[in-house]
Design a protein around this ligand. Sequence first.
Ligand SMILES: [Zn+2]
Length: 290
Amino acid sequence: MNVRDLIAIDVHTHAEVSSRQPPDVLWQPFEEAANVYFKAGKRPTITDTIAYYRERRIGLVMFTVDSEFQIGARRISNEEVAEAAAENSDIMIAFASIDPHKGRMGVREAEALVKGGIVKGFKFHPTVQGFFPNDRMAYPLYEVIAEHRLTAIFHTGHSGIGTGMPGGGGLRLKYSNPIYLDDVAADFPDMTIIMAHPSWPWQDEALSVCLHKPNVYIDLSGWSPKYFPAQLVQYANSQLKQKMLFGSDYPLIAPDRWLKDFENAGFKPDVQPLILKENAIRALRLEAAA
Ligand SMILES: [Zn+2]
């Protein structure tokens, strides 16, 4: 990635529509409920997403979400995302997603992807995948990530997925309490951990873990900065100014809107460039890799 040519790095974008496989009908009700919650429209293909970012000279980290175990919906393949990143390596980084319930087979998949050299991190969604991040079940997967000094990004806080569905779609919010990541950060100090989103209703837990563990970062995706909890902005401006990252959650929140609202959300002028790009370069070890 040519970080110096980019105006920002968005560490949180989703691979939404495959160009290789049809949408899975099993995922449809979750997507429709999320569209209501986020007021989102038609989902872009992976190719559309990259074109959108290229036009704006914004770097992006993209991943699929593996919910095959708990929801049973087929994921977009990690290989498709990795190949897109290989073809667009000046602006794009691929993360993979493997549900820890896949056990040894999941570890094999992770090792093969890491060996390919394109995948630089892994996305976890404890609520959609149905596991506590500190469950020992997930540790063999974290060992692969830590061994290669890569990044693990975890959804934290409330989940738009399942919101408003009967029984919340069967999904449980408890798994996304960021306090469970404190154990993971303690046990894997060489693994960069990104806690995604304002972690409401556990914002203070997230700030505490991020302050305590040098390997933990917070991405500011999934919400317009207009609605950020006050203490999140306060810590971003002070003790955690090196630890917060720009993320949008594209396509559910578009960078155009996020960046516009960010300007007026109370972030200090000297802190804004750190959040938009500099912290991501350090967290993802982008210059060492270049
Ligand atoms: Zn997301």
